[in-house]
Write a new protein. Structure first.
Length: 245
């Protein structure tokens, strides 16, 4: 059964964006945390925070940084020119732990929470505003998505195709994901340590409807070295067009 979470589209409150950025990102190779690696000479995390802060809807950005790098991240973001408030907290061992810690740091007047992967540094601010607006309008949970363009097959443990899935009903999920604060807090409180690949997955377990809005191709996740190459190309194009990045 869906639990009421006190939606009131007329009571906006403040909107906060949480950035879990404590992950190591081993698929990019050994070294510093993924979010602290550079893209166009600037840490990936800085790009992500700048994109969130540039959105009209975001009042506060809370970054869950690697515990050993909290002071470095604070200095890194200190000179970021933005009207949004930026707060740094120590992240946890897992993504869920980091989000939970960031939730504890939110002021009481925050009503809407966005959760954004630091590894999606090029998300357009319009996507951020689209997600936030849908929550403000009354949705408890909202995710940006893109249609699946590849054929997707289910494969068993022996490497045999079981079936071909109908891609017309499949969507690739991006971030930021937006939530009524009470819904997200309840989802984390009831997770009992169960792992989920995203926060929407935790909310789904409580039978709370998760709505979708249009995502954007440039909001892809940097996971492998080739993703960095693509991100660099997009950044060069943006800078050539006069976009700060």
């Amino acid at each position: 059964m869906t639990e009421p979470t006190g939606n009131d589209p007329g009571d906006r409150g403040r909107i906060a964006a949480i950035v879990p950025a404590a992950g190591r990102g081993e698929r990019l190779g050994p070294g510093v945390a993924k979010a602290l690696r550079t893209l166009g000479g600037v840490p990936i995390l800085v790009h992500a925070v700048r994109a969130l802060a540039a959105a009209r809807s975001v009042d506060l950005v809370v970054v869950a940084a690697p515990e050993e790098s909290v002071d470095d991240v604070r200095v890194m973001l200190a000179d970021l020119s933005t009207e949004a408030e930026i707060v740094i907290v120590a992240g946890g061992e897992t993504r869920q732990d980091s989000v939970a810690r960031a939730l504890l740091a939110l002021p009481q007047d925050v009503e809407v929470v966005l959760v954004h992967d630091a590894a999606r540094p090029l998300v357009p601010p319009d996507v951020v505003d689209r997600v936030a607006s849908s929550v403000v309008a009354g949705s408890d949970a909202v995710i940006p998505v893109l249609p699946i363009v590849d054929t997707v097959k289910e494969v068993d443990d022996e490497g045999i195709v079981v079936r071909t899935l109908d891609r017309s009903v499949l969507q690739a999920v991006q971030t930021p994901q937006g939530f009524r604060r009470s819904a997200l807090q309840l989802a984390h409180a009831r997770s009992d340590g169960e792992d989920a690949t995203d926060d929407a997955g935790l909310v789904e377990r409580m039978a709370i409807p998760v709505h979708v809005v249009a995502g954007h191709e440039e909001a892809f996740k940097i996971t492998r070295p080739m993703d960095l190459v693509l991100a660099e190309a997009i950044l060069v194009r943006r800078r050539a067009g006069g976009v700060v990045g």
